[in-house]
Design a binder for this molecule. Structure first.
Ligand code: ZN
Ligand code: ZN
Length: 447
């Protein structure tokens, strides 16, 4: 309901008044620039699956908004990708009893006939267990791969456990499976499956591959332990499609000295299609953009700050690769990325950053409750290619990831999950860092 509608209805009943007051509190008023960008982007464009018309509309939206916010050189830079078009996703356990599973197809899954495929289930408790299975031992079967990812603050479980999704389907296909189902790469206990992309090895044909919710995976694990025969019927009608349109949006806040190598701050504009792409990664785009604008409020900084809203990150960092290719000749000094939700920043890491600059940053971040971490900063998928190509300095503002994999790539990635105060702490931290690096006239990259 719009505030004007609230006013019109206000005389109708006291109840309506209180509903409208509550609604007004939820509006972006007072929640800052980042909230406004995040809310408008996700509400006005919806999910933004890479290659889809919605992702293209979001690029148009981004160009319009970034120009309106005062950015210069705002560009939509198209490229083509191999995309995934979702179809109908459904699955049932048919033995030992009928049970409907909450399932999603994984990105680049193979396609079943409309009627699906059925087979006996072979249960593997870990990725290592299916790796150890004999060649051809899954012929005609449906593999189920379990894992034990738990929530933690730094999200470090996503690397190893995420391989169940990235690599598991390829391993199952190579051993003859007709389909593969995994426990979602997630830490919640809701009946929401988590999607995400598969990485098929060369020479292996894609088979239908889905992820079930954690509670459904618990049921499968328990039946497997009972030793009873398990059968599964799997229908995933989506398909992989070549030459789909994607693109990056870039926008600059030009610095006073164009001869100095620029600072690039990145996020990704595409999202998975089950939710609204708020924590992944509308929030990131909102954070980096609001912080860059905040720095400029104090006057033009010395160095140019470029914002990159990358396309097709979810399918393997394709936007970041396209950016590095298209902008190889432009000198960059430092890269940062926000792509881990909207919860508070709790530590900072550096790679190749001039030590005196790192010291200033540590001091500036301390009042925000952010501590230094001795680990290496790696940026992320949207800046990885340009970092490697130009050996850039990198700063990671690491967010609290305890809740992130409850929501990641699920239908629950919606606006109500963002805490405005924590979102603002992100903007404050990014602003403090960008102020220091954008006004530094000396070398940012450590000798
Ligand atoms: Zn992301
Ligand atoms: Zn993602």
């Amino acid at each position: 309901m719009k505030p004007t509608a609230c006013r019109a209805l206000a005389s109708a009943a006291a109840l309506v008044l209180s509903v409208c007051a509550a609604h007004a509190d939820e509006k972006s008023v007072g929640k800052g620039m980042a909230w406004t960008i995040m809310e408008d982007l996700t509400v006005e464009t919806g999910q933004r699956l890479a290659g889809s018309p919605e992702e293209a509309a979001a690029r148009e939206w981004a160009v319009t908004r970034l120009k309106a916010l005062g950015f210069q050189n705002v560009k939509n830079e198209p490229f083509t990708i191999r995309g995934y078009v979702r179809g109908h996703d459904s699955a049932w356990l048919t033995a030992p009893y009928p049970h409907k599973l909450a399932i999603t197809a994984l990105g680049y899954s193979g396609t079943t006939p409309e009627g699906g495929v059925s087979g006996d289930v072979v249960y593997f408790p870990t990725l290592d267990a299916i790796k150890a299975a004999p060649a051809a031992s899954l012929t005609g079967k449906i593999a189920f791969i379990d894992h034990a990812m738990k929530a933690n603050q730094d999200g470090s479980g996503y690397g190893p456990y995420g391989n169940v999704r990235r690599q598991g389907p390829g391993i199952a296909a190579a051993k003859g499976a007709i389909g593969v189902v995994i426990r979602s790469i997630g830490t919640d206990n809701h009946r929401n499956p988590h999607t995400g992309a598969i990485s098929w090895p060369a020479g292996v044909s894609a088979i239908p591959a889905g992820a079930v919710s954690n509670p459904d995976a618990d049921i499968i694990a328990r039946v497997a332990r009972s030793g009873k025969l398990m059968r599964l019927s799997l229908t995933l009608t989506g398909r992989t499609q070549e030459n789909m349109p994607s693109g990056n949006v870039i926008a600059d806040l030009p610095g006073r000295d164009p001869s100095l190598p620029m600072i690039i701050v990145a996020c990704h504009l595409d999202s998975w299609d089950l939710g609204m792409g708020v924590i992944d990664d509308g929030a990131g785009c909102a954070i980096v953009t609001a912080a860059a604008l905040k720095v400029q409020e104090g006057g033009k900084p010395l160095r140019t700050i470029r914002v990159l809203w990358a396309g097709a990150e979810e399918l393997g960092g394709l936007g970041g690769q396209a950016y590095a290719k298209a902008h190889a000749k432009e000198p960059h000094a430092l890269a940062m990325e926000s792509d881990f939700g909207a919860d508070r920043v709790w530590n900072v890491k550096f790679t190749r950053l001039a030590p005196q600059v790192a010291e200033s940053i540590k001091t500036a971040l301390n009042p925000l409750g952010i501590v230094p971490n001795a680990g290496a900063a790696d940026g992320g998928a949207d800046v990885d290619a340009i970092i490697k190509a130009q050996k850039l300095a990198v700063i990671d503002l690491a967010q609290d990831g305890t809740r992130y994999f409850d929501l990641h790539h699920t239908p629950d990635d919606t606006l109500d999950k963002v805490d405005p105060a924590q979102l603002q702490q992100n903007v404050d931290a990014w602003t403090a860092v960008l102020k220091i690096v954008a006004t530094e006239g000396g070398a940012l990259i450590a000798p």
